[in-house]
Design a protein around this ligand. Structure first.
Ligand code: DQA
Length: 144
């Protein structure tokens, strides 16, 4: 069965109880279920991982070259996660960057993403819906 990688970075394991006014009330488990529901129509399985450290995220990417695509929320590693960026540069399938919050409406230090130039697309500010939309985009982008 084809597998889609869902990768979430630092502090995203706290979703649901992390600044809900910014990130919403959905938990990471809710988001994983939503993505699984979206990609089930294509017969894909979701492999969901969350890590607080950059090294663990990189190891996951290196171990996931067999996945058909990925949805990546790098959290604050968007700002200066150069090693994460290099790991994604060698990831062979399309992937989409997602941010729950509208990072451009927030502090200036969140306005740059070092990984965005490598992504097939970027979705920001749509909350948990952004993950569903990323899943749909990958379904239409990735051939059978
Ligand atoms: C975030 C935005 C980042 O700036 C922040 O550091 C996060 C969450 C988002 O999903 O909105 O951890 O990636």
């Amino acid at each position: 069965m084809a597998e889609l990688l869902l990768l979430n970075g630092p502090n995203l394991g706290l979703l649901g109880r992390r600044e809900p006014e910014v990130y919403g009330t959905d938990t990471l488990a809710d988001i994983e279920d939503a993505v699984a529901e979206e990609v089930a129509v294509r017969g894909w399985k979701v492999v969901a991982t969350q890590h607080d450290s950059e090294g663990d995220l990189i190891r996951t990417i290196q171990d996931s070259y067999g996945t058909v695509g990925a949805i990546v929320n790098p959290g604050a590693l968007m700002i200066a996660g150069w090693s994460l960026r290099d790991a994604l540069a060698n990831y062979p399938s399309p992937w989409i960057e997602v941010h729950l919050s509208n990072v451009w409406a927030r502090e200036r230090f969140r306005h740059e993403s070092v990984i965005a130039p490598l992504a097939s697309g970027v979705i920001v500010g749509l909350g948990a819906l952004g993950y569903r939309l990323a899943a749909r985009a990958l379904i239409s982008k990735i051939a059978d």
